[in-house]
Design a protein around this ligand. Structure first.
Ligand code: GLC
Ligand code: CA
Length: 562
């Protein structure tokens, strides 16, 4: 039986490494990453100095949205492995003191889920249909969708039942991802069973997908899309005001998490959960509270430009929000949904790069496949390392996305016929989609498939240049990004301290300087011109070399008293 480390606060300042299982390591050469592949890389994971891994979905799936369309919440996709493989992975990780978190996708299932198939078959008015959101269409023939709402990947968010019964089902994402009806107690029960199922297999926590959207109120007069989109943008971009929305961030969703909390507390230490919630800052504490999920992702640092002032404001706000909830905050620069940050930081100065989907100039540039002008990879890398070292010095937990420790850029040149993301397909290529950050990792520069798998080509092909980023090349190069991450995480462990931060005033506007308890200081120069280091301090880790004894531009250093 697995022994759990009893520290209930292990997550508060943890380093959590996100694995996208299909693209990590392929153990049987079929071109798809799998659980045994991950197990074979446990020594690598241990060498990074992380505290936990978070696995993106590995469940049976229709694979229309990278596994975020789950057809069985309590099993492993046979293309990825078996439950026994899962157990072995948990044990292997436990031996090197790494915890495991899994992704829970409670907003929607796959249309291949047996309950959805039952719902289609059972017909209108059945209790099976009550588990999802079915409504009659409008018009004499009921052939008009119930509302004009758009789904998150483009196109209508209602699809016909296909049974000639005038009914439509609601999907916030792709038509293959029908939304659950959280007014139905059976749905509640089923998710409680799922949480216990994974916890009993040794999982320490969960990442909750689209945590803000589960509960819907589709009664009464529904707003049209334009009206509602206005509400959403306001909430996302600058809204501090809570406006009732038929499916975003409704108060009732917290009742679901209170129920989950009871399950979390059945375990010792209690299970941990982090919410993926795109909500206004003043709403975040609800999700992060210790009666709710416990922690909420803050993506704000990812949305910041490389700018000291933006970073400062974001840090202050994020720490304030998490403190309000009695939680710790999170720092994220990359994940499986976003442009990898080496590339993002190498983009030319397009305004508002942080909000890509909302910005015309950025979308235009994206349509040029980032070629006009090209991405400046060297600048991107320098900034990426500086930003990484800065966030690792902050109180809170940091989520690292597979491949960022290799400084992997986004893969832009994926052939259209290989693209998998529904966002690409549903917008007919208008939106490039997220495949570029999901290309299988390069392990060995000169091996077939760069060591990802021994036989069939990876499910997304690796461009030629990717070999230069291989783990084996970086392993023995002291100056590699991989060894930079290892060093930083190692030193961070030594310096770990209370979750406090004190700002230190600096004359140069482009400089961020703060101290943590125990004399640990973090200084970041986000400008281009080198600045002097404070007197009486020595550098213990830095993101780039010092320049004539000064802190170079676009560089972060950790300092201790001499
Ligand atoms: C979340 C996931 C994303 C997925 C979506 C629908 O935002 O991170 O990958 O497409 O939810 O499940
Ligand atoms: Ca495989």
């Amino acid at each position: 039986m697995l022994q759990r480390n009893p520290d209930p606060d292990w997550w508060r300042q943890a380093i959590i490494y996100q694995i996208y299982p299909r693209s990590f390591c392929d153990s049987n050469g079929d071109g798809i990453g799998d659980l045994r592949g991950i197990t074979s890389k446990v020594p690598y994971l241990a060498s990074l100095g992380i505290d936990a891994v978070w696995l993106s979905p590995f469940y049976p799936s229709g694979l229309k949205d990278g596994g975020y369309d789950v057809s069985d919440y309590r099993d492993v996709d046979p293309r990825i492995g078996t439950l026994e493989d899962f157990d072995e992975l948990v044990m292997a990780l436990a031996e090197v003191d790494i915890k495991i978190m899994v992704d829970i996708v409670p907003n929607h299932s796959s249309d291949e889920h047996v309950w959805f198939q039952d719902a289609l078959k059972a017909g209108k008015g059945s209790k099976e249909r009550e588990r999802y959101i079915f409504r009659d269409g409008l018009g004499a023939n009921k052939d008009i969708p119930p509302t004009d709402w758009q789904c998150a990947f483009g196109g209508p968010s209602w699809s016909p039942s296909g049974r000639d019964d005038g009914q439509w089902y609601y999907h916030m994402f792709d038509s293959s991802q029908p939304d659950w009806n959280w007014d139905n107690p059976e749905v509640h029960e089923d998710f409680l069973t799922t949480l216990r199922f994974w916890a009993d297999r040794g999982v320490s926590g969960f990442r909750i997908d689209v945590a803000h959207a589960l509960v819907k109120d589709f009664n009464g007069d529904l707003p049209n899309w334009e009206e509602m989109n206005g509400i959403r943008e306001k909430k996302l971009r600058n809204g501090n005001k809570h406006i009732t929305h038929p499916y975003m961030d409704r108060d009732e969703v917290q009742e679901v998490y209170k129920e989950w909390r009871k399950v979390f507390e059945e375990y010792n230490p209690p299970l941990f959960a982090v919410a993926e919630c795109w909500v206004a800052p003043d709403r975040k504490p609800l999700y992060a509270s210790s009666e709710g999920l416990g922690q909420a992702f803050s993506f704000d640092i990812m949305l910041c430009n490389f700018d000291a002032q933006e970073y400062r404001e974001c840090i202050i706000q994020s720490l304030k929000d998490s403190e309000k909830a009695g939680s710790s905050t999170t720092w994220v620069l990359s994940n499986h949904d976003e442009l990898r940050h080496v590339t993002r930081y190498g983009l030319p100065n397009v305004p508002n790069a942080g909000y890509p989907e909302f910005d015309d100039a950025f979308n235009e540039y994206k349509r040029s496949r980032f070629t006009n002008p090209p991405v400046d990879v060297a600048t991107g890398l320098k900034r990426a390392k500086a930003a990484t070292l800065m966030i690792l010095g902050l109180p809170g937990s940091t989520y690292v996305y597979q491949g960022e420790e290799l400084n992997l850029p986004e893969v832009i040149e994926i052939p259209n016929d290989q693209r998998q993301d529904p966002h690409f397909h549903r917008t007919k290529g208008e939106c490039l989609g997220r495949d570029g950050c999901r290309v299988p990792l390069p392990w060995e520069a000169t091996s077939k498939n760069l060591g990802f798998g021994s036989d069939r080509p990876p499910h997304l092909s690796q461009p030629e240049w990717m070999k230069d980023y291989s783990v084996d090349l970086q392993e023995y190069n002291e100056d590699s990004t991989l060894n930079f991450y290892r060093r930083a995480l190692d030193v961070r462990k030594e310096l770990q301290c209370a979750e406090e931060l004190e700002w230190i005033k600096h004359d140069v506007e482009d400089v961020l300087h703060f101290a943590r308890p125990g004399g640990w200081e973090i200084i970041m120069n986000a400008g281009k011109t080198p600045v002097p280091l404070p007197d009486g301090r020595r550098v213990i880790v830095s993101s780039s070399e010092m320049k004539d004894g000064m802190l170079d531009g676009e560089t972060t250093a950790w300092l201790l008293a001499e």
